[in-house]
Design a protein around this ligand. Structure first.
Ligand code: ADP
Ligand code: MG
Length: 235
């Protein structure tokens, strides 16, 4: 039951990359084979979250026909590989996003879960992965505008005949926010969970280590492991 999830949002800076890295690492820690793919082609930064300095090939090179998928697949830890993107604007200019479908299908055959970190916005490369995935994990922070942002992303998922897995609300505070279940209910989608605002997240980004490794007992790490279970049933 190989499964491909796209991690998507209307806005940037809501925790998509953090979610891709930590959901992926939590699944790997539970014994699943995982590939995480940086498909945020214009603002790629997944590599830094896992201290990966792609020696040579990146997803950009694969998409521009200059490297194979193998060349751009790097082992991150036990059970988990990463496919980084280049972070030079020049890489981006050469890229043909349509090749992403083949990349995803190749990885699907090799691992149990493929997680695609999708760029924000409404460009072709942000919409394409929504249809390549088996299901889309919608990510939003608990602001009043979240409902509108996410509903636009749901519309894009529909447009490419994709499926919504549900909503993950990130950076929640104990009080004062719109409750995640209220946002999910307004949108008519399942609530996948809430990741609390947690200083350990930033510390893990600075350390270049996934939070679930860097601070496994932190509140946000516990919440990411719960997300892994809610989404996939893996314990
Ligand atoms: P996106 O990929 O959607 O642009 P990121 O995953 O890069 O978002 O997260 C943006 C910033 O927010 C990062 O610097 C990260 O440290 C911070 N962040 C994300 N989730 C949390 C959280 N639960 N608690 C505190 N900071 C967070
Ligand atoms: Mg990101």
């Amino acid at each position: 039951q190989e499964t491909v999830y796209a991690i998507a949002s209307g806005k940037g800076g809501v925790g998509k990359t953090t979610t891709t890295v930590n959901l992926g690492t939590a699944l790997a820690q539970a014994g699943e084979r995982v590939a995480i793919v940086d498909a945020d082609l214009g603002m790629a930064n997944l590599a830094g979250f896992v201290s990966l300095s792609p020696g040579s090939a990146t997803l950009h090179d694969v998409l521009s026909g200059e490297a194979s998928i193998e060349d751009a697949t790097y082992r991150l830890a036990a059970n988990i590989v990463g496919v980084p993107s280049g972070n030079e604007l020049a890489d981006y200019a050469e890229t043909e996003p349509d090749g992403l479908g083949e990349v995803v299908e190749t990885l699907r055959d090799r691992v149990d879960y493929v997680l695609i970190d999708v760029g924000a916005g409404v460009s072709h490369e942000s919409i394409l992965p929504l249809g390549l995935a088996d299901a889309v994990v919608l990510v939003a922070t608990p602001e009043p505008a979240a409902v509108q942002d996410v509903s636009r992303t749901i519309e894009l998922v529909d447009r490419v005949d994709g499926e919504v897995a549900g909503l993950l609300v990130t950076r929640t505070h104990p009080s004062g926010d719109v409750p995640p279940e209220t946002i999910a209910e307004k949108l008519g989608v399942a609530e996948l969970g809430a990741i609390p605002e947690d200083r350990a997240v930033r510390a893990s980004v600075y350390a270049g280590t996934p939070l679930v490794v860097h601070a496994p007992e932190s509140d946000a790490a516990v919440a990411y492991r719960e997300l892994a279970t809610t989404l996939t049933g893996v314990e």
